[in-house]
Design a protein around this ligand. Sequence first.
Ligand SMILES: [Zn+2]
Length: 65
Amino acid sequence: MERKITGYLQDQEAHWVAELECGHRQHVRHDPPWINREWVTTAQGRAAALGSYLDCKACNLAPPP
Ligand SMILES: [Zn+2]
């Protein structure tokens, strides 16, 4: 389910986690060559991605009412 990114935080391993409008959190790793999300590595890139949509896996498993 597509959800807007409303903010970010970092986990214990310094990986970036996006906070979504639905209240779920989802890792947004930059892990080339499998996952290319270079934007997440810079403050500018993260700011630019605020308000963009991410497929929320938690909502896909258990859609809200
Ligand atoms: Zn969600």
